[in-house]
Design a protein around this ligand. Structure first.
Ligand code: CFM
Length: 551
């Protein structure tokens, strides 16, 4: 059975409940009961009410998950894109090596003389000897060596699984080294891979440490009007360069980005900006909340993925600052940029209209990229996060009802209070209330499900078995995921677009990025090449095995 034809021009989705049942049928009863809570048929009711989904819980052992580890979320994701914090992985060499630039986060120092450590992968390269006798000595030596070579402003130390298992105290090593080098800010992250159920734990650990040890360390406010920070933008494939171009053209001042194309000093003085806008809610909502409490900086959610979403986000930022001239400049810019966007979009939409997509990515892109597909007339049949929480699916309104389990309790919640000297409300009560009318949704995020069609299948922590059924039943025109999924999906005859690393392309953010994306999707979904592929497992008999013991 294929439900593809049933989507029709109106983009209605049907058959989802049956497909869900088929996915669950193969599982043992206990596993099926659990997965049933993580596979949800979407239904959007009044006030953005959507069904409840189970998320941010352990992957069931034996299931082939798409997830990564806490170290990846901390070192790779949140800190990785900063070019002048020297980052040392304390662990065996694999962790440092495999997290070395594979995410394609780019950077561009403001001048050639400024440091950029991103091309380096620094690791203590733990051996058996350190696993047995402890690795703190080697870590301190590595820091000394790194200081000799690079003289950085700041050093971040990142723990891998064995570090926690053998009990190395990386924090005291950091303190000791900071006493030796008082002009270098040295801090450590207890982001052992096993610290949480996914990379999401690593985001939280990274947010905590950057907030407590970096933000507020320097008073270096940037010159310029309308100064704000972007939280949760990581400059994959050059996205930040396009976003910076747009912000400059509007005459606004981007103070710091956490952490695409960023520098240590920008983090350290981020508390001097007047607004935080949050792009990836999952990875950095903690920072937004903590900066609001301590320094009085309001935040709201924006999205620069999709030409319309980008325009809307710019309008929201301009409305927040409330300056007539700024609002005019933003409108002029949008009008100018949309000429080329519309020319390309209309041409491509004619070929892509009615086609279907599926997105299974991280903790925010499965939502954000639906905008781009919508713009060229494509329907998202099914989507899900690898490690999103319920609020990323259902919206922040469910935050009070999320049960905190032991895995989450493992990660420290910082107690944050208003800074006695530096807390400064950016707007008075009346002004904030006025802004709520402008649909800025301060401190809120509506989540992915409210913006998706009824009957779309929402699947948390998708696995290989379920992906196969999605392909067979829905026959999507394009599947969006990552490198681990890419070749299995493509061998099945469906093109896969990597939405983590963007394959070898980008940017996809902003107006120019939207054009890049439309063009690539057009080439993928309208190419015949994938229909000629015959999967190796369809050509050759399957190798079946059985497990026998005590025979
Ligand atoms: Fe945020 Fe990201 Fe994502 Fe993410 Fe990621 Fe990424 Fe992602 Mo890969 S921070 S949650 S941990 S938007 S690395 S840039 S693409 S899984 S959807």
């Amino acid at each position: 059975m294929s439900v593809k034809k049933e989507t029709g021009a109106a983009g209605k989705i049907s058959g989802s409940a049956e497909i869900r049942d088929e996915m669950l049928r193969k599982y043992p009863a206990k596993v099926a009961r659990r997965r049933a809570k993580q596979i949800v048929v979407n239904k959007v009711e009044q006030a953005e009410q959507v069904p409840e989904i189970l998320a941010n819980t352990r992957t069931i052992p034996g299931i082939l998950t798409m997830r990564g580890c806490a170290y990846a979320g901390c070192k790779g994701v949140v800190l990785g894109p900063t070019r002048d914090i020297l980052q040392i992985t304390h662990g065996p060499i694999g962790c440092g090596f495999y997290s070395w630039l594979t995410r394609r986060n780019q950077t561009r120092p403001k001048s050639d003389s400024l440091p950029n450590y991103m091309p380096y992968a620094l690791s203590t390269d733990m051996q058996e000897e350190e696993i047995i006798f402890g690795g703190e000595k080697k870590l301190k030596k590595a820091i000394e060596e790194a200081v000799e070579l690079f003289h950085p402003k700041a050093i971040g130390i990142f723990a891998t699984c064995p570090v926690g298992l053998i009990g190395d105290d990386i924090h005291s090593a950091a303190r000791e080294m900071e006493e030796k080098y008082p002009d270098i800010n040295i801090f450590a992250f207890s982001c052992e891979g096993y610290k949480g159920v996914s990379q999401s734990a690593g985001h939280h650990i990274a947010n905590n440490k950057v907030f407590s040890d970096v933000v507020g360390q320097k008073e270096l406010p940037k010159e310029g009007e309308f100064r704000f920070n972007i939280l949760g933008e990581y400059n994959i494939g050059g996205d930040a360069f396009e976003i910076e171009r747009i912000i400059d053209a509007c005459g606004m001042t981007l103070h710091s980005t956490f952490s695409g194309n960023s520098e240590y000093d920008e983090f350290a003085s981020a508390h001097t900006a007047d607004l935080n806008v949050v792009m990836c809610h999952r990875s950095i909502n903690y920072m937004a909340d903590m900066m609001e409490k301590k320094y009085g900086i309001p935040w709201f959610k924006i999205n620069f993925i999709g030409a319309q979403a980008c325009a809307k986000s710019l309008r929201k930022i301009a409305a927040y600052f409330g300056d007539e001239k700024l609002m005019e400049r933003v409108e002029t810019l949008i009008a100018g940029e949309m000429v080329e966007v519309e020319r390309v979009r209309t041409e491509i939409a004619a070929r892509c209209k009615g086609k279907t997509a599926m997105l299974f990515v991280g903790g925010s892109r499965a939502h954000h990229y639906q905008e781009l597909f919508k713009e060229i007339g494509m329907t998202t049949m099914s989507a899900g996060y690898e490690f999103g929480h319920r609020d990323d699916y259902e919206g922040r309104k469910v935050l009070p009802s999320i049960t905190v389990d032991a895995d989450t309790r493992n990660i420290e919640e910082l107690t944050v209070e208003a800074d006695p000297a530096r807390y400064r409300p950016r707007k008075n009560e009346a002004a904030l209330a006025g802004l709520q009318d402008k649909d800025l949704r301060l401190g809120d995020y509506e989540g992915m499900m409210a913006e998706m069609k009824d009957n779309a299948l929402i699947i948390d922590d998708l696995n290989h078995h379920e992906a196969e059924i999605l392909l067979e039943r829905y026959k999507p025109d394009v599947f969006c995921a990552g490198i681990k999924e890419k070749y299995v999906i493509q061998k099945s005859g469906v093109p896969l677009k990597q939405l983590h690393s963007y394959d070898y392309s980008g940017p996809y953010a902003g107006f120019k990025g939207a054009i890049n994306f439309y063009r690539e999707i057009d080439r993928l979904v309208n190419s015949k090449i994938f229909s000629y592929i015959k999967a190796p497992w369809d050509k050759n008999p399957e190798l079946a095995g059985s497990y026998v013991w005590n025979k």
